[in-house]
Design a protein. Structure first.
Ligand code: AMP
Length: 283
């Protein structure tokens, strides 16, 4: 496994491999790898010859007052895990490799990015689409894989790829969860011990919504009220939003199979922001 920091060097190596007929797969991450990230590598293995794992804490997708400085950085450990899992290249650029002085190009994917996470985190998705477009140009993938954990991010990337005619197959990987149901996340390391013991009720609330839907409830408001009731008894987090939306992240009044039920909360002790979701009818 090669670890490369320079965008130009990686692009050159990849283009040589592509000219010799190799299929390339890209796994974009911000590092602090856990089993959720590592399962993305497995999700690409049978589709491609070469796997490039990118590790870059992308400053332009963090807003003011967010956790850019705090975000865990564990490159050495990440590289060891990636090697074990059969990655061919780790691409780990610095911020100035990606955004040199006077950098000025931004990709904006309109509409969808003003909603849900985009409404809560202004400019977040401009940062995501810009870095992902750059990573796609650098790694030239035939396939790229993203986790359902960041459901809106998946929809935004799919839209960008479709609308910019990028010749890349986007694979979506299911959410990998801890034994108690908590979605794995690098940010779970911020949780206090007592929060960690309780916070799986975030997912349990989503399951209550799923069961209501499977039981025949189709009114979005009724499903959301049922879930909110479940969350009322949880005093270790505050709900930021609960939404049932379509593929453009627009709210649905009536729910049908495939609707996205997403939740965001902030824990009260460590102020950790947690996101989770379920595709209704997909259990
Ligand atoms: P991040 O490092 O948080 O930017 O995540 C990198 C990729 O891993 C994104 O496509 C995430 O959606 C995905 N990912 C993160 N956590 C999980 C998880 N628990 N299950 C599946 N995919 C995940």
């Amino acid at each position: 496994m090669k670890i490369i920091h320079s965008p130009q060097e990686l692009q050159k190596s990849i283009l040589n491999l592509k000219y010799s007929g190799k299929k390339i797969g890209c796994v974009p991450t911000m590092g602090a790898l856990h089993e959720g990230h590592l399962s993305l590598i497995d999700g690409l293995r049978d589709r491609v010859d070469i796997i490039v794992l990118t590790i870059f804490v992308n400053p332009i997708q963090f807003g003011e007052g967010e956790d850019l400085d705090l975000y865990p950085r564990t490159l050495k450990r990440d590289c060891a895990l990636a090697k074990e899992r059969g990655v061919d290249f780790v691409f780990a650029p610095t911020a100035s490799d990606m955004y040199p002085a006077n950098y000025g190009t931004t990709i904006t994917c309109g509409g969808i990015t003003n909603r849900l996470e985009g409404a809560a985190r202004p400019n977040h998705f401009d940062g995501v689409t810009t870095v992902v477009a750059k990573l796609f140009h650098i790694t030239q993938p035939d396939y790229a894989i993203f986790g359902q954990k960041d459901a809106q991010q998946v929809l935004v990337i799919q839209k960008m790829v479709r609308e910019l005619n990028m010749p890349i197959n986007i694979v979506v990987h299911p959410i990998v969860r801890e034994a108690d149901g908590l979605a794995m996340s690098s940010r779970n390391s911020y949780l206090s011990e007592s929060e960690r013991a309780e916070v799986s009720s975030l997912y349990k609330g989503l399951l209550v919504g799923e069961f209501a839907f499977l039981g025949g409830e189709i009114l979005s408001d009724t499903i959301k009220k049922t879930i909110e009731k479940e969350y009322e008894i949880c005093d270790f987090f505050k709900l930021e939003y609960l939404a049932i939306t379509d593929t453009e992240c627009l709210p649905l009044e009536r729910v049908s199979q495939g609707a996205l039920l997403s939740v965001v909360c902030r824990t009260t002790e460590s102020n950790t922001r947690l996101i989770d979701n379920i595709i209704l009818g997909d259990l």
